[in-house]
Design a protein around this ligand. Sequence first.
Ligand code: SF4
Ligand code: SF4
Length: 210
Amino acid sequence: MTGPLLEFRPEQAKPLLQEVMERSGQMLTACYQCRRCAAGCTVADETGFFTPNILIRTVILGDRETALSNPLVWKCVSCYTCGTRCPNDIQTARITETLKKMAKEAHIAPLQPKVAAFHDSFLESGLRWGRVNEMEFMGVYEMKNIIREARARNYEAIVDELKTQAKLGMAMFRLKRMHAGFMTTKGRKEIKALYRKTRKKPGVSPRVNP
Ligand code: SF4
Ligand code: SF4
């Protein structure tokens, strides 16, 4: 199995590595490319085998463009399987999350716009109600997807999306995994205050979608 061709960018290597290590809290320099993470990554075939060890090497080599825009950053499902297998306790899920935020700050269009829309809708719903209300969350998420496809005049994709989501929604209703009502929590104000506080921290950008 061959991976992507990696490039060494000496001028970017140190600052990129330092920023990713500080923000993710992960010691990327401890990686010795044993590939135990690669063997267990849940989405390896979905990413064309752009595995956690390759992502880490990309950052170490200073290839900022590839590090901020690659399939693993957008398809990692934060299952933490790689981290539990890593002999050096490197949690790649934290790295992919950090790189997503950095991509957003750099105004790089997300490779998976639906994932970005999902993140934003989830966060917005949580902030509005103090918890996620499934119906509202799914509605806002779908609207974001429809608006994006409409701007690209991709009307076929809109119809497909609506059909797929209607089918999924019905199935979830039947299984009682989706609820129509609105619920709030007592600590809504506190949650909003915490959110505002984190946004004031340098380098923090909770919304993913540009
Ligand atoms: S398992 Fe850990 S040390 Fe081994 S390649 Fe993956 S990240 Fe690096
Ligand atoms: S946390 Fe992400 S990178 Fe790690 S195994 Fe799961 S999907 Fe792969």
